[in-house]
Design a protein around this ligand. Structure first.
Ligand SMILES: *[C@@H]1O[C@H](CO)[C@@H](O)[C@H](O)[C@H]1NC(C)=O
Ligand SMILES: *[C@@H]1O[C@H](CO)[C@@H](O)[C@H](O)[C@H]1NC(C)=O
Ligand SMILES: *[C@@H]1O[C@H](CO)[C@@H](O)[C@H](O)[C@H]1NC(C)=O
Ligand SMILES: *[C@@H]1O[C@H](CO)[C@@H](O)[C@H](O)[C@H]1NC(C)=O
Ligand SMILES: *[C@@H]1O[C@H](CO)[C@@H](O)[C@H](O)[C@H]1NC(C)=O
Length: 392
């Protein structure tokens, strides 16, 4: 057989296998049964087809004792009942806010769900990504690849969007999520992983004692409804300055905005990006490979994590809206600041802010956002680039 023919028949075979595999996978998927990833050090990640959700994440502490460090629900069905504050899921099509649920792409105005004080939050009502069953395309105990087809018009967005989400757990204690998308009509895309963490264990009080480093020099100030005003505010000398590590609780009392509770729920411009950000980002990312965006540790458990991403922004949320009414795993009532989220993404309302990094996907292009967590003991040598010299 000539090389060309061989390749053709191989491709056909692969295509046939994939198609039948995919059909089987779809039929067999129980959206509430997790795919369990495990590594050699006792780290375990349970990934649910519903929402592409990180349901459980077990990480050993300084004494080798594993605890579940993500907030969530024992019953996987609870994630889609509408009272989950986006626990563990992948949000989209456009994470964060779109002012007035309105934007123009390719000269045409589109209207998206107004599910947050007149604006769109995380795509809109019936949160498509976290409330839908992803298809398991491939699964092993190291990696799971999920796919989701978001039909043209979902939440008001143009284009059929094909999305894949691949979670990989490696023996260096890295849990990496790669989110990819293609479209058949030009459309804004901004996917984000929305897990809430408590490095002391998901049912262990607040995260105010956690120490945070963020690799960003500016935040994007907003109005009362958390829509950016288009400006950048330098973090230097403010409670938003995490270029040297500070505990979450240390200055949170001075963060009275946004109402009604205040607390951290802001977008950081990562990697030294400033007013030049739009010219330094392409298709929603700053680089092909992820770079260190943030580090967090708790001295109580000794657990530490680095978040690396190739996205230009980080929404750091300190669980301000939790209030002790929501019963999570083990019937634990999550208190205010009972968890934090580190949502790498494109900046909020970018689609209405031409000076912000843009993530407008056209047919033939690939959206590829990486959100990668590495876990270690905080006494261990810091990752290169982390300014931890002052950490006790
Ligand atoms: C932390 O150290 C303990 C004791 O050596 C070890 O068992 C555990 O796996 C380490 N945890 C991480 C996340 O590296
Ligand atoms: C949203 O609506 C308000 C008032 O209705 C208007 O002032 C503002 O310019 C609008 N924003 C966008 C991005 O269209
Ligand atoms: C999620 O989907 C379920 C089943 O389709 C539906 O009953 C529920 O209302 C949806 N939840 C939200 C928050 O839209
Ligand atoms: C999306 O996936 C479907 C089914 O696999 C395929 O037919 C279609 O061409 C894909 N569209 C894009 C834009 O990738
Ligand atoms: C607590 O939060 C829930 C969910 O956001 C809300 O429905 C409830 O009214 C809040 N309770 C109080 C006492 O604020």
């Amino acid at each position: 057989m000539a090389g060309g023919q061989l390749r053709t028949s191989l491709l056909l075979t692969i295509a046939t296998v994939c198609l039948s595999w995919s059909a089987n996978a779809q039929a067999d998927t129980d959206p509430y049964t997790a795919v369990v990833l495990r590594n050699a050090n006792g780290v375990q990640a349970d990934i649910l087809p519903i929402g592409g959700t990180i349901h459980r994440l077990l990480v050993p502490d300084a004494n080798g004792k594993a605890d579940d460090i993500v907030l969530g629900f024992d019953d996987a069905k609870t994630y889609q009942r509408g009272n989950s504050p986006y626990f563990g899921g992948i949000v989209g099509r456009v994470a964060n806010r779109i002012a007035n649920g309105s934007f123009v792409v390719d000269g045409q105005r589109y209207t998206t769900d107004k599910n947050d004080r007149g604006n769109t939050l995380h795509g809109g009502f019936n949160p498509f990504f976290e409330n839908n069953t992803w298809t398991i395309e491939e699964a092993s105990n190291k990696e799971v690849r999920l796919s989701l087809l978001s039909p043209d018009g979902t939440q008001g967005f143009p284009g059929n969007l094909n999305v894949t989400a691949t979670y990989t757990l490696s023996d260096d204690n890295t849990l990496q999520l790669v989110m990819e998308a293609t479209t058949d009509k030009t459309t804004p895309v901004n996917l984000a992983q929305h897990s809430y963490f408590n490095l002391n264990g998901q049912a262990r009080d607040t995260v105010l004692n956690h120490v945070v480093y963020i690799n960003g020099l500016y935040v994007t100030p907003t109005d009362l409804n958390q829509i950016p005003n288009g400006e950048l505010a330098a973090v230097k000398g403010s409670p938003f300055d995490f270029t040297h590590p500070h505990s979450i609780g240390e200055r949170i009392g001075a963060v009275t905005f946004p109402p009604p509770f205040g607390g951290y729920d802001h977008n950081w411009a990562l990697f030294g990006l400033g007013t030049d950000a739009a010219s330094k980002t392409f298709d929603g990312v700053v680089s092909e490979e992820p770079k260190l965006a943030a580090s967090v540790y708790s001295t109580l458990s000794g657990r530490a994590m680095d978040l690396s991403t190739n996205a230009p922004g980080l929404q750091f949320y300190s669980g301000n809206n939790l209030n002790g009414s929501l019963a999570g795993k083990g019937a634990y009532l999550y208190p205010q600041h009972g968890g934090f989220a580190m949502e790498s993404q494109v900046w909020p309302d970018f689609v209405n802010k031409p000076s912000f990094p843009q993530s407008i996907l056209s047919p033939g292009q690939l959206y590829r956002h990486i959100w990668s967590l590495k876990f270690y003991n905080h006494t261990a040598a810091p990752a290169p680039g982390v300014q931890t010299a002052s950490i006790p």
